[in-house]
Design a protein around this ligand. Sequence first.
Ligand code: GLC
Length: 361
Amino acid sequence: MTGTSDALFEYIAAELAKFVAQEGPEYKLPPGRQRELGFTFSFPVMQTSITSGTLLRWTKGFSIDDVVGQDVVAQLSKAMQKLGLDMCVSALVNDTVGTLAGGRYNNNDVVAAVILGTGSNAAYVERAQAIPKWHGPSKSGDMVINMEWGNFRSSHLPLTDYDHAMDAEGLNPGDQIYEKMISGMYLGEIIRRVLLRMAEETAIFGDTVPPKLKEPFVLRTPDTSAMHHDASSDLKVVDNKLKEVLEISNTSLRVRKIIVELCNIVATRGARLAAAGILGILKKMGRDTLKDGDQQKTVIAMDGGLYEHYTGFSKCLENTLEELLGEDVFKSIVIEHANDGSGIGAALLAASHSKYLEDQS
Ligand code: GLC
């Protein structure tokens, strides 16, 4: 996540080479035919064509300065060439766009994709005419928008002291404010910051502040999710996590209950805000109301570990969406979980933009 551009892309190329080496004989290509690749790159890119785009800025804790402003396809191609890997990129795809493509391939009612994982973002299908900055052609009349919604911020989005401090002390201050309130990379860290303040201002963990609690990002969202879901009467999971992760022992049941409630508060805020983002897309597409006799389904392809594994979070998101839309409209909305939808979607896009097939026709 830190280092040089060459190190990053040569690592990816080396992993690809290992994958190709493991393939069975049924995948051997005829001589002269190159392997083609769908490249899912889950960061903000200024996309200049289906096979080129420059990195605008890193997000999610990555920090490799010399890639910013570079064409990531050219960088990967250079690394593949250096390793003697005979392969080319046929489609550069953001993970939201890959998820949308993969979802749509399986189900024609898919109109948007949302990622709730380490980071968060969404993509949807827009009428090309409704995009003021697009002057080029569009065969179908439609265009996919990668929203980069993680970078949303607004004076109407109230931030706490913990949000401000986490943002200011992080790698990308001022950026990705919405993502920092809702996604997997940050929920655990917000909770750690609240716990640290509680430990400093009260004697919740005894007379001294546990040193581990001062380590940024030591408490990960899978840990807080496990604590939040602890169904045991004595909150054994909370007890174990506190010991294992934060080296805090001998907590009372009362303190452990407070911790579960804290996890609930932070996850609920994130899930409700994520639901608000989805409602925004539905409104933009005119899918937040039912037209007369309308049986149309609106399917949202969803990917990411946060949504998949943190059921307290995903349930709250769905309940909020129902609350916002009303029962009847909510019935027309389907959130479809697409496991590695982004990788599969990128492969499908690469296949449909295959250079080899283009040369044949
Ligand atoms: C971050 C990236 C975005 C990506 C999202 C989900 O927000 O900037 O491009 O789609 O994470 O992985």
